[in-house]
Write a protein that binds this ligand. Structure first.
Ligand code: 1HE
Length: 258
């Protein structure tokens, strides 16, 4: 599919999705949101993980502010719901997404990054929620997803004061779970996506669709849902094969962290 502000390339079982509007710092306008929705809905069948990254000096400058000026309250709400719909499709879609972050990851850019299942940041990445300074509120899911990464207190601080987190702080607080040297993010993202693509489909399904729901439940219902997912996953022939591979010494052991 041809997009005006995205590029999707297939590399075997990995899809590489580029935010491709570098002249506007990959600011998310309506077309781009629509294209993101189309793209996640039409990921080819053989693709088992996607790497999302940004062209130019920054991952994403957030909402395209030039489109905000003329909206009524109702239109603003509708616009926000469109973002929610597309981002939900990505979070609860068919394949896990690894976001590779560099430069500015701000406003709606952080909202988009927080949709991904894994975040890899390059040195020099910075995070902010300038909505507080622009006189608006987040609308692309940040108030739900960002507190789940860093806590509501840190998010409120970012918005009240305009605080900017560095790449190192982003790693320490849990925005990213990897920090790599500048220019090395895409390679790391592809490496991680390849590992994800090699997992049993039932495991990836459980991680994408069951884990985030279980994490929102109380203990009783959460443990029950975990047992149901565990029962389904272990009953798959692929799981039986993988366990036999280990027992027959055909599969690798867990190695110490480097
Ligand atoms: C934009 C946008 C944008 C850049 N909307 N046009 N987001 C923000 O408040 C962040 C605003 N952007 C910035 O702070 C900076 O642009 C960056 C730190 C991201 C990058 O700085 P820099 O020096 O590399 O680029 P620049 O010179 O500021 O911008 C280059 C061009 O991109 C310029 O346009 P030009 O025509 O003058 O070349 C900028 O106007 C344009 N540009 N960012 C529109 N965001 C669902 S609710 C979500 C709510 C939000 O996301 S609010 C936060 C919005």
């Amino acid at each position: 599919m041809k997009y005006s502000s995205l590029r999707f390339q297939r590399r075997g079982a990995i899809g590489v999705l580029l935010l491709n509007r570098p002249q506007k710092r990959n600011a998310l306008n309506d077309i781009m949101i629509e294209e993101l929705g189309d793209c996640v809905a039409s990921i080819p069948a053989g693709v088992r993980a996607v790497v999302l990254h940004g062209a130019g000096e920054h991952f994403c400058a957030g909402l395209d502010l030039s489109e905000l000026t003329g909206r009524s309250a109702a239109e603003g709400m509708e616009h926000s719901r469109k973002w929610h719909h597309v981002f939900d499709r990505m979070q609860f879609g068919r394949v896990p997404v690894v976001a590779v972050l560099h430069g500015a990851v701000v406003g709606g850019g952080l909202e988009l990054a927080s949709v991904a299942h894994i975040r890899v940041a390059e040195a020099g990445t910075f995070y902010a929620l300038p909505e507080g300074q622009r006189g608006i509120f987040v609308g692309g899911g940040a108030s739900v997803r960002v507190p789940r990464l860093i806590g509501a207190a840190r998010m409120a601080d970012m918005m009240f004061t305009g605080r900017v987190y560095s790449a190192e702080e982003g790693l320490a607080t849990g925005i990213s779970t990897y920090l790599v040297p500048a220019g090395k993010g895409l390679a790391k993202g592809i490496e991680l996506a390849s590992r994800i693509a090699g997992n049993a489909p039932a495991t990836n399904f459980a991680l994408m669709h069951a884990l985030p729901r279980i994490a929102e439940l109380g203990q009783d219902a959460g443990l029950l849902m975990e047992s149901m997912m565990a029962g389904i996953a272990q009953s798959e022939p692929e799981a039986k094969r993988r366990m036999q591979d280990f027992l027959q010494k055909r599969a690798g052991k867990v190695k110490r962290a480097e």
